[in-house]
Design a protein around this ligand. Structure first.
Ligand code: ADP
Length: 542
């Protein structure tokens, strides 16, 4: 075969910020800062500071391949860390501050992080475990001298971020790095077993961003203002920390302020046109706007994923606030984007209700991701919208093996088992019916906990609901609904069950509802069914 005669430039992350600085230099990155107040910086200035940071890291002795941790909110400084660390050939390891101390300890030791960048709010979190982190050589507190907290509990050398980068050269000789070299590391939250590390490469991140900024995915343009709520410490911030600068969108970052009122003021004051976050964040915004009679006219659309988006949320955004909800599905192991739900041409002739049925699905896979569903023996199932089975994926930005694991995470044909159960319709729209460990088996029949939850959350007096399978003497397992009431509401159990019964076969309807005060959430803001199962396992046996 004849070789192609085109240039062979390896992908690297720093080229994204360089492009943003050159082509969109005056476009701003706005942050609701950790210290308080709104901060603004241009891509041009941010690139210079990133070079200053890279110079500082070099002086601290950072080497290519080193893992450098960050425990930080979405801020301009956190972006500078991502680009300076990755651009220098080291690995930026994002730590989720909501994890338990034991998990943080496990992850930092597993990654062997040498330095740690932390926001002022997380100094106590690190101080609590620092004696158990033998590989840690220093901590950089991401603030200026004026806001430095007491760091006497940190038993390693401590630097103040702004002092560290001050008076450094604002140019840096970025090394020529292999595009397949590691750029960033993110651990899954470990809802089953110990957290597992997913190591992204420059290549996988750049390709993921090139693909996902397109109009049938994140639909980013240089005219857009993107409110990136999805945390940089969770699932690679859905790639937006790369794709927004790549396209030159103005970027707006919430820092630690993710309550409804703060998000509302950011959207309206910065005229955000698009956004991305998990459903729980949007519940907070919708409740706030409903209560205060507010609106968000600048926001055209928002991408929602991470857990299933209830139909009621899509309808509310659409009908009350004029915002298009784009349902998305993915996972840390997929960089994270797997599917997004944008309409196809034929859908314009459907009724609103028919279109809504499709919009509630998790969406179609773009070029770069292949999907298939299989039965328990690994046989492919048809794409007819009915048959459901284990969802397997393959593609350019899908994991091959977990960090420090010898064995591949794939089957012999290169497919990765997502742990989700799904159907795929004739148009390629995929719908998650459950996580394989959450599916409820009642008398040999399967019941989708996700479907029941989505319907329950459409009840006007419920805040949030979880459906779990609990032991049953006759049927092996039966569904039980656990629900949190909306403030000031007092729905009857039977009324909630009737609401579900209107859409489900009788045997699929939960046998009972238990109202709880708070819904346990995982470190990534999803319903945590583990403690619920432990508490209610024998509920129907008593
Ligand atoms: P963690 O398990 O740490 O929360 P991920 O964010 O990687 O990490 O979780 C990925 C999982 O989240 C998927 O395998 C799927 O079960 C669930 N998920 C993501 N998006 C959706 C969605 N739109 N609908 C239903 N489930 C989703």
């Amino acid at each position: 075969m004849i070789d192609g005669h085109m240039q062979q430039q390896g992908f690297n992350l720093i080229s994204i910020l360089q492009h943003a600085a050159n082509a969109h230099g005056d476009t701003e990155v706005i942050t609701n800062s950790v210290e308080g107040g709104r901060h603004s910086i241009s891509y041009k200035a941010m690139y210079r500071r990133t070079a200053q940071l890279a110079n500082a890291l070099q002086e601290l002795g950072m080497k290519q391949g080193d893992r450098i941790g960050t425990m930080a909110w979405n801020t301009w400084r956190h972006l500078e860390c991502w680009y300076a660390i990755g651009g220098s050939g080291a690995v930026c390891h994002t730590l989720n501050p909501r994890l338990f101390a034991d998990q943080i300890d496990f992850i930092v030791n597993h990654a062997e992080d040498r330095f740690l960048f932390v926001d002022i709010s997380f100094v106590p979190v690190i101080a609590a475990v620092i004696d158990r982190l033998p590989t840690l050589e220093c901590v950089v507190v991401m603030t200026d001298a004026e806001h430095m907290p007491d760091t006497s509990t940190l038993t390693v050398p401590v630097h103040c971020y702004e002092d560290l980068i001050a008076n450094r050269a604002s140019e840096f000789q970025w090394p020529d790095i292999d595009e397949n070299g590691a750029s960033s590391l993110c651990y899954t939250s470990g809802t089953t077993g110990n957290p597992k590390g997913v190591m992204y490469s420059h290549r996988s991140n750049v390709i993921h961003s090139l693909a996902t900024c397109g109009s049938d995915l994140f639909n980013l343009t240089a005219r857009d203002t993107c409110l990136m709520i999805v945390p940089m410490f969770h699932a690679n911030s859905w790639g937006l920390a790369f794709s927004a600068p790549m396209i030159g969108s103005k970027l707006v970052l919430p820092g630690p302020h993710m309550d409804g009122a703060s998000i509302h003021s950011l959207i309206t004051e910065e005229q955000c046109t698009t956004s991305a976050a998990v459903p729980t964040v949007w519940t907070g915004l919708l409740d706030y706007m409903d209560a205060e009679g507010k609106s968000i006219p600048s926001l055209k659309e928002t991408v929602i994923g991470g857990s299933a988006v209830p139909r009621s949320m899509i309808e509310k955004f659409d009908k009350t606030y004029g915002v298009d909800v784009i349902h998305a599905w993915g996972m840390t192991e997929m960089s994270p984007l797997g599917t997004m739900n944008r309409p196809l041409a034929f859908m314009s002739s459907l009724t609103d209700a028919e279109r809504m049925d499709i919009r509630c699905k998790q969406g179609r896979a773009p070029y770069g991701v292949e999907l298939k569903i299989v039965d328990d023996d690994g046989n492919r199932l048809p794409h007819d919208g009915d048959a459901f089975g284990r969802l397997l994926v393959r593609g350019h930005w899908v994991i091959e093996r977990y960090y420090k694991q010898e064995e591949s995470a794939l089957d012999a044909d290169g497919w990765f088992d997502t742990g989700d159960v799904a159907n795929i319709d004739q148009y390629g729209f995929m719908q998650i019916t459950d996580r394989s460990k959450d599916i409820i088996k009642s008398g040999g029949e399967w019941i989708s906990s996700v479907d029941i939850e989505n319907t329950a959350m459409g009840h006007p007096e419920l805040q949030i609901a979880a459906c779990i399978g609990v032991k049953h003497a006759k049927w092996e397992e039966r569904p039980l609904l656990l629900a949190v009431k909306k403030p000031g509401c007092n729905p009857e159990k039977q009324n909630v069950l009737d609401h579900i019964a209107a859409e489900f076969a009788k045997w699929q309807v939960p046998d009972d509802v238990v109202f709880i005060d708070d819904m346990p959430l995982t470190a990534t803001g999803k319903i945590d069914k583990k403690p619920l199962r432990a508490e209610f396992e024998n509920y129907y046996l008593q």
